[in-house]
Write a protein that binds this ligand. Sequence first.
Ligand SMILES: [Zn+2]
Length: 322
Amino acid sequence: MRGRALLPLALLAAAAPVPEPPRLTFPLACALGKDCAIQSYQDDDPGPGVRDYRCGGRTYAGHGGTDIRLTSMAQQRRGVNVLAAAPGVVRGIRDGEPEMSMRRRPAGDIAGKECGNGVVIAHPGGWQTQYCHMARGSIAVRPGQAVATGAVLGRVGLSGDTEFPHLHLSVRHDGDTVDPFAWGAAAGQCRGGRSLWANTPAYAEGHVLVAGFAAGPVTMDAVQEEGAGQVPPPRRDTPLVAFAQAIGLQGGDAQRMVLRAPDGQVLADNRAPPLDRDKAQVILFAGKKAPAGGWPAGTYRSEYQVIRSGRVAIERRDAITL
Ligand SMILES: [Zn+2]
Protein backbone atom coordinates (compact mmCIF):
# COMPACT_ATOMS: atom_id res chain seq x y z
CA MET A 1 0.00 0.00 0.00
CA ARG A 2 1.16 3.46 -0.76
CA GLY A 3 0.90 6.28 1.77
CA ARG A 4 1.53 9.94 2.02
CA ALA A 5 5.03 11.09 2.86
CA LEU A 6 5.91 11.82 6.44
CA LEU A 7 4.69 15.18 7.68
CA PRO A 8 7.60 17.55 8.29
CA LEU A 9 8.47 17.80 11.98
CA ALA A 10 7.90 21.56 11.91
CA LEU A 11 4.25 21.05 11.01
CA LEU A 12 3.81 18.42 13.71
CA ALA A 13 5.28 20.80 16.25
CA ALA A 14 2.93 23.57 15.14
CA ALA A 15 -0.12 21.44 15.95
CA ALA A 16 0.42 21.88 19.70
CA PRO A 17 -0.16 20.23 22.04
CA VAL A 18 1.00 17.01 20.42
CA PRO A 19 -0.97 14.18 22.04
CA GLU A 20 0.95 11.18 23.27
CA PRO A 21 0.86 8.49 20.61
CA PRO A 22 -0.41 4.99 21.37
CA ARG A 23 2.15 2.43 22.56
CA LEU A 24 2.00 -0.34 20.01
CA THR A 25 2.23 -4.05 20.74
CA PHE A 26 3.11 -6.61 18.08
CA PRO A 27 -0.05 -7.07 15.95
CA LEU A 28 0.31 -10.75 15.04
CA ALA A 29 0.05 -13.96 17.05
CA CYS A 30 3.38 -15.28 15.76
CA ALA A 31 6.98 -15.40 16.95
CA LEU A 32 8.89 -12.73 15.05
CA GLY A 33 12.08 -14.11 13.55
CA LYS A 34 10.80 -17.65 13.90
CA ASP A 35 7.49 -18.11 12.15
CA CYS A 36 7.05 -14.59 10.80
CA ALA A 37 9.37 -11.82 9.69
CA ILE A 38 9.30 -8.18 8.67
CA GLN A 39 9.31 -8.19 4.89
CA SER A 40 9.23 -4.42 4.33
CA TYR A 41 9.48 -1.36 6.49
CA GLN A 42 7.91 1.98 5.60
CA ASP A 43 9.53 4.08 2.91
CA ASP A 44 10.70 7.20 4.75
CA ASP A 45 12.17 8.88 1.67
CA PRO A 46 9.80 11.62 0.54
CA GLY A 47 11.34 11.74 -2.95
CA PRO A 48 11.95 9.11 -5.59
CA GLY A 49 14.53 7.36 -3.40
CA VAL A 50 13.82 4.35 -1.21
CA ARG A 51 14.94 4.25 2.43
CA ASP A 52 13.77 2.56 5.61
CA TYR A 53 14.06 4.11 9.08
CA ARG A 54 17.57 2.71 9.50
CA CYS A 55 18.72 4.20 6.17
CA GLY A 56 18.56 0.69 4.68
CA GLY A 57 16.74 -0.52 1.62
CA ARG A 58 14.28 -2.90 3.28
CA THR A 59 11.27 -1.15 1.77
CA TYR A 60 9.98 -0.11 -1.63
CA ALA A 61 9.01 3.21 -3.16
CA GLY A 62 5.98 4.75 -1.52
CA HIS A 63 5.38 1.92 0.95
CA GLY A 64 3.16 3.44 3.66
CA GLY A 65 3.40 0.85 6.40
CA THR A 66 5.12 -2.17 7.88
CA ASP A 67 4.69 -5.62 6.31
CA ILE A 68 4.92 -8.67 8.58
CA ARG A 69 5.07 -11.87 6.58
CA LEU A 70 4.18 -15.44 7.47
CA THR A 71 6.59 -18.15 6.36
CA SER A 72 4.16 -19.94 4.03
CA MET A 73 0.59 -20.38 2.90
CA ALA A 74 0.51 -23.61 4.92
CA GLN A 75 0.99 -21.50 8.04
CA GLN A 76 -1.67 -19.06 6.81
CA ARG A 77 -4.13 -21.91 6.33
CA ARG A 78 -3.53 -23.08 9.89
CA GLY A 79 -4.58 -19.55 10.91
CA VAL A 80 -2.62 -16.72 12.49
CA ASN A 81 -4.56 -14.07 14.38
CA VAL A 82 -4.23 -10.35 13.75
CA LEU A 83 -4.27 -8.43 17.05
CA ALA A 84 -5.15 -4.85 17.96
CA ALA A 85 -1.84 -3.04 18.52
CA ALA A 86 -3.35 -0.61 21.03
CA PRO A 87 -6.73 0.03 22.67
CA GLY A 88 -9.27 1.95 20.63
CA VAL A 89 -12.55 1.86 18.78
CA VAL A 90 -13.10 0.09 15.48
CA ARG A 91 -13.69 2.80 12.92
CA GLY A 92 -14.22 0.67 9.84
CA ILE A 93 -13.89 -2.80 8.38
CA ARG A 94 -13.88 -4.40 4.94
CA ASP A 95 -14.54 -8.10 4.38
CA GLY A 96 -15.55 -10.26 1.44
CA GLU A 97 -12.55 -9.52 -0.78
CA PRO A 98 -11.20 -12.64 -2.48
CA GLU A 99 -7.88 -14.14 -1.47
CA MET A 100 -5.61 -14.45 -4.46
CA SER A 101 -2.03 -13.54 -5.29
CA MET A 102 -1.75 -10.31 -7.29
CA ARG A 103 0.16 -12.30 -9.87
CA ARG A 104 -3.04 -14.17 -10.70
CA ARG A 105 -5.31 -11.12 -10.93
CA PRO A 106 -5.99 -8.82 -13.89
CA ALA A 107 -4.49 -5.33 -13.75
CA GLY A 108 -6.73 -2.83 -11.99
CA ASP A 109 -8.71 -5.58 -10.31
CA ILE A 110 -8.12 -4.25 -6.81
CA ALA A 111 -8.06 -0.49 -7.53
CA GLY A 112 -9.21 1.33 -4.39
CA LYS A 113 -9.21 -1.92 -2.44
CA GLU A 114 -5.44 -2.40 -2.11
CA CYS A 115 -5.87 -3.08 1.61
CA GLY A 116 -8.14 -6.03 0.88
CA ASN A 117 -10.00 -7.23 3.94
CA GLY A 118 -9.02 -4.95 6.76
CA VAL A 119 -9.75 -3.11 9.97
CA VAL A 120 -9.15 0.51 11.00
CA ILE A 121 -8.95 1.31 14.70
CA ALA A 122 -9.17 4.87 16.02
CA HIS A 123 -7.05 5.69 19.08
CA PRO A 124 -7.23 8.82 21.24
CA GLY A 125 -5.55 11.97 19.96
CA GLY A 126 -6.20 11.55 16.24
CA TRP A 127 -4.23 8.32 15.88
CA GLN A 128 -5.27 5.33 13.79
CA THR A 129 -3.92 1.89 13.03
CA GLN A 130 -4.96 0.00 9.91
CA TYR A 131 -4.60 -3.77 9.35
CA CYS A 132 -4.64 -5.03 5.76
CA HIS A 133 -4.71 -8.18 3.58
CA MET A 134 -6.70 -10.26 6.08
CA ALA A 135 -8.45 -13.55 5.38
CA ARG A 136 -11.92 -13.35 3.85
CA GLY A 137 -14.66 -13.96 6.39
CA SER A 138 -12.23 -13.70 9.31
CA ILE A 139 -12.98 -10.15 10.49
CA ALA A 140 -14.03 -10.61 14.11
CA VAL A 141 -14.96 -7.03 15.07
CA ARG A 142 -17.61 -4.55 13.99
CA PRO A 143 -17.53 -0.76 13.56
CA GLY A 144 -18.00 1.12 16.81
CA GLN A 145 -16.72 -1.76 18.91
CA ALA A 146 -14.20 -0.90 21.64
CA VAL A 147 -11.14 -3.15 21.53
CA ALA A 148 -8.35 -3.73 24.03
CA THR A 149 -4.70 -4.25 23.19
CA GLY A 150 -4.28 -7.75 21.77
CA ALA A 151 -7.96 -8.17 20.83
CA VAL A 152 -8.35 -10.59 17.92
CA LEU A 153 -9.36 -8.62 14.80
CA GLY A 154 -9.31 -11.55 12.37
CA ARG A 155 -6.68 -13.67 10.60
CA VAL A 156 -3.80 -13.05 8.23
CA GLY A 157 -4.83 -13.64 4.63
CA LEU A 158 -3.99 -12.95 1.03
CA SER A 159 -6.52 -10.26 0.06
CA GLY A 160 -5.89 -6.97 -1.73
CA ASP A 161 -2.50 -5.94 -3.12
CA THR A 162 -0.29 -8.82 -1.98
CA GLU A 163 1.61 -11.79 -3.38
CA PHE A 164 2.25 -13.58 -0.07
CA PRO A 165 0.47 -13.92 3.26
CA HIS A 166 1.29 -10.92 5.38
CA LEU A 167 -0.16 -8.19 7.56
CA HIS A 168 0.33 -4.63 6.39
CA LEU A 169 0.12 -2.26 9.36
CA SER A 170 -0.33 1.46 8.73
CA VAL A 171 -0.14 4.00 11.53
CA ARG A 172 -1.64 7.44 10.96
CA HIS A 173 -1.85 10.65 12.91
CA ASP A 174 -4.41 13.23 11.78
CA GLY A 175 -4.57 11.39 8.47
CA ASP A 176 -0.84 11.37 7.78
CA THR A 177 1.11 8.14 7.62
CA VAL A 178 3.62 7.77 10.47
CA ASP A 179 6.49 5.29 10.60
CA PRO A 180 6.00 3.52 13.95
CA PHE A 181 9.75 2.93 14.13
CA ALA A 182 10.58 6.63 13.74
CA TRP A 183 7.79 8.93 14.83
CA GLY A 184 8.74 12.57 14.49
CA ALA A 185 11.79 12.04 12.32
CA ALA A 186 12.35 15.00 10.04
CA ALA A 187 11.29 14.45 6.46
CA GLY A 188 13.98 12.66 4.53
CA GLN A 189 15.95 11.83 7.68
CA CYS A 190 16.64 8.27 8.69
CA ARG A 191 17.92 7.11 12.08
CA GLY A 192 15.77 9.84 13.67
CA GLY A 193 12.50 10.03 15.53
CA ARG A 194 11.18 7.76 18.21
CA SER A 195 9.69 4.28 18.26
CA LEU A 196 6.00 3.90 18.99
CA TRP A 197 6.49 0.23 19.89
CA ALA A 198 6.26 -0.92 23.49
CA ASN A 199 8.96 -3.45 22.50
CA THR A 200 10.59 -2.37 19.27
CA PRO A 201 11.09 -5.35 16.95
CA ALA A 202 14.81 -5.71 16.22
CA TYR A 203 15.86 -4.40 12.81
CA ALA A 204 16.73 -7.32 10.56
CA GLU A 205 19.02 -6.85 7.58
CA GLY A 206 17.35 -9.85 6.02
CA HIS A 207 15.91 -13.14 7.09
CA VAL A 208 15.75 -16.81 6.15
CA LEU A 209 12.04 -17.45 5.85
CA VAL A 210 12.08 -21.18 5.10
CA ALA A 211 14.96 -23.65 4.98
CA GLY A 212 15.28 -27.39 5.02
CA PHE A 213 15.97 -30.50 2.96
CA ALA A 214 14.16 -32.04 0.02
CA ALA A 215 14.37 -35.03 -2.30
CA GLY A 216 14.96 -32.76 -5.29
CA PRO A 217 14.91 -29.14 -6.41
CA VAL A 218 12.00 -27.17 -4.93
CA THR A 219 10.53 -24.03 -6.41
CA MET A 220 9.87 -20.81 -4.53
CA ASP A 221 6.16 -21.35 -5.20
CA ALA A 222 6.25 -24.84 -3.67
CA VAL A 223 8.07 -23.62 -0.56
CA GLN A 224 5.70 -20.71 -0.19
CA GLU A 225 2.66 -22.90 -0.68
CA GLU A 226 3.62 -25.83 1.51
CA GLY A 227 6.32 -24.68 3.92
CA ALA A 228 9.56 -26.51 4.73
CA GLY A 229 7.99 -29.52 6.37
CA GLN A 230 5.75 -30.29 3.43
CA VAL A 231 8.11 -30.48 0.46
CA PRO A 232 8.98 -34.10 -0.42
CA PRO A 233 11.63 -35.04 2.15
CA PRO A 234 14.82 -36.84 1.18
CA ARG A 235 15.32 -40.55 1.88
CA ARG A 236 18.40 -42.76 1.83
CA ASP A 237 17.83 -43.52 -1.89
CA THR A 238 16.80 -40.06 -3.21
CA PRO A 239 18.81 -36.97 -4.05
CA LEU A 240 19.61 -34.85 -0.99
CA VAL A 241 18.96 -31.16 -1.53
CA ALA A 242 19.40 -28.39 1.05
CA PHE A 243 17.46 -25.21 0.35
CA ALA A 244 16.85 -21.81 1.89
CA GLN A 245 14.42 -19.06 0.96
CA ALA A 246 15.58 -15.66 2.16
CA ILE A 247 14.01 -12.19 2.11
CA GLY A 248 15.46 -8.70 2.12
CA LEU A 249 18.53 -9.30 -0.01
CA GLN A 250 20.40 -6.39 -1.57
CA GLY A 251 22.17 -5.85 -4.84
CA GLY A 252 25.76 -7.11 -4.47
CA ASP A 253 24.83 -9.79 -1.92
CA ALA A 254 26.56 -13.13 -2.56
CA GLN A 255 24.94 -16.33 -1.31
CA ARG A 256 26.43 -19.68 -0.50
CA MET A 257 24.88 -23.03 0.42
CA VAL A 258 27.11 -25.87 1.61
CA LEU A 259 25.86 -29.42 2.19
CA ARG A 260 28.00 -31.67 4.40
CA ALA A 261 28.08 -35.40 5.04
CA PRO A 262 27.92 -36.79 8.61
CA ASP A 263 31.74 -36.84 8.68
CA GLY A 264 31.93 -33.16 7.69
CA GLN A 265 32.98 -33.77 4.10
CA VAL A 266 31.52 -31.25 1.63
CA LEU A 267 28.99 -32.94 -0.64
CA ALA A 268 27.88 -29.82 -2.50
CA ASP A 269 28.92 -26.17 -2.43
CA ASN A 270 26.77 -23.73 -4.38
CA ARG A 271 28.02 -20.16 -4.61
CA ALA A 272 25.58 -17.81 -6.30
CA PRO A 273 27.03 -14.77 -8.08
CA PRO A 274 26.39 -11.38 -6.43
CA LEU A 275 22.83 -10.16 -7.03
CA ASP A 276 22.53 -7.52 -9.73
CA ARG A 277 19.80 -5.69 -7.75
CA ASP A 278 17.78 -5.83 -4.54
CA LYS A 279 15.57 -8.91 -4.27
CA ALA A 280 12.52 -9.17 -2.03
CA GLN A 281 12.98 -12.94 -1.95
CA VAL A 282 15.43 -15.54 -3.25
CA ILE A 283 15.89 -19.30 -3.01
CA LEU A 284 19.17 -21.23 -3.16
CA PHE A 285 19.98 -24.97 -3.22
CA ALA A 286 22.88 -27.32 -2.92
CA GLY A 287 22.36 -30.99 -3.54
CA LYS A 288 23.65 -34.31 -4.79
CA LYS A 289 22.29 -37.63 -6.06
CA ALA A 290 22.40 -40.58 -3.68
CA PRO A 291 25.51 -42.72 -4.05
CA ALA A 292 25.19 -46.37 -5.13
CA GLY A 293 23.71 -48.22 -2.17
CA GLY A 294 22.13 -45.05 -0.78
CA TRP A 295 23.23 -42.38 1.70
CA PRO A 296 25.09 -43.72 4.73
CA ALA A 297 23.05 -43.33 7.90
CA GLY A 298 23.86 -40.20 9.84
CA THR A 299 23.22 -36.49 10.24
CA TYR A 300 23.68 -34.26 7.20
CA ARG A 301 24.14 -30.53 7.66
CA SER A 302 23.55 -27.40 5.60
CA GLU A 303 25.08 -23.94 5.97
CA TYR A 304 23.48 -21.01 4.17
CA GLN A 305 25.14 -17.61 4.19
CA VAL A 306 24.55 -14.22 2.66
CA ILE A 307 27.77 -12.26 2.32
CA ARG A 308 27.28 -8.50 2.23
CA SER A 309 30.15 -6.06 1.96
CA GLY A 310 32.59 -8.81 2.92
CA ARG A 311 30.81 -10.00 6.07
CA VAL A 312 28.09 -12.53 6.89
CA ALA A 313 24.78 -10.61 7.00
CA ILE A 314 22.42 -13.61 7.18
CA GLU A 315 23.23 -17.16 8.27
CA ARG A 316 21.22 -20.33 8.74
CA ARG A 317 22.26 -23.90 9.64
CA ASP A 318 20.05 -26.93 9.44
CA ALA A 319 20.48 -30.67 9.91
CA ILE A 320 18.64 -33.84 8.92
CA THR A 321 19.22 -37.40 10.01
CA LEU A 322 18.81 -40.07 7.33
ZN1 LIG B 1 2.59 -3.15 2.90
